[in-house]
Unconditional design. Structure first.
Length: 258
């Protein structure tokens, strides 16, 4: 039996990388999938791919860093499928900045995409669920860096740490509405965005994946399809009553030392 039969799942940042992997996993598990993204071409291509595979899929062009566009994406998903049952906040900004060189503009950009967007997307989805007296599930994609992170990720860490707290707060507030909200602290993962980041900010060559994998305990970077399967599980009834959990999805153990 599929994990998400006839479940309407909205995925922010769902047109590439981890978001696209989650969209594919959700569709494979029987969901009707709506994905948001800023770029029309990859979004429409993904929706066409999912439709060709037998799923119902919808692309919604939106920059979720703009609150009104984030809210409008929920309205568009409801218009397209009649409701939203589940939300995945996968959109993210990972541009670099330290405590000393981060500008107010860079800080605001991280807050807008990595914290404000999930806040108002959750607000809109939860409001619809509560109005319908319907249960629902939300998964927020966070980062292991929310625990502290690297010096060059100061604004990113500030936003993701805030999202971890928001995840727990919202889960507590709406547990009696039967809305389960959880988060995943993702470790180093092999995505298109990470490839671009490694090349742009760290001068990485074509062999950076192999070098990175060799340095990690499991011998490989985290894989988007593996994370996507876990997100689908958390969205589904198979994950039971779990809510308010922020799970470390990584191969390094926080606080463990050799």
């Amino acid at each position: 039996m599929p994990l998400l039969p006839d479940r309407v799942v909205l995925i922010s940042g769902g047109t590439s990388g981890l978001g696209a992997a989650i969209a594919r996993a959700a569709a494979r598990e029987g969901a009707l999938v709506a994905v948001t993204g800023r770029r029309r071409e990859p979004g429409e291509a993904l929706a066409a791919e999912l439709t060709a595979a037998g799923a119902q899929a919808l692309f919604i062009r939106a920059d979720v860093g703009e609150v009104e566009q984030a809210r409008a994406s929920v309205t568009a998903a409801v218009a397209g499928f009649g409701r939203v049952d589940s939300l995945v906040n996968a959109a993210g900004l990972t541009s670099r900045g330290t405590l000393l060189d981060t500008t107010p503009e860079l800080f605001d950009a991280h807050i807008a995409v990595n914290l404000k967007a999930p806040f108002f997307l959750m607000q809109a989805v939860v409001a619809d669920l509560v109005a319908r007296k319907a249960p629902g599930t939300i998964v927020n994609v966070l980062s292991m860096s929310a625990h502290g992170g690297q010096p060059y990720l100061a604004p990113y860490v500030a936003a993701k740490a805030g999202l971890a707290g928001l995840t727990r707060n919202a889960a507590h507030a709406h547990r009696r509405d039967r809305i389960r909200i959880n988060g995943l602290n993702i470790g180093w993962t092999d995505t298109e965005g990470e490839n671009e980041t490694q090349r742009r900010f760290h001068g990485a060559g074509d062999d950076w994946r192999e070098k990175a994998g060799a340095s990690l305990p499991m011998g490989k970077l985290g894989q988007p399809d593996e994370i996507a399967d876990f997100v689908a599980f958390l969205l589904s009834d198979r994950s039971g009553v779990v809510t308010g959990s922020v799970i470390d999805w990584d191969q390094n153990v926080l606080g463990g030392f050799d």
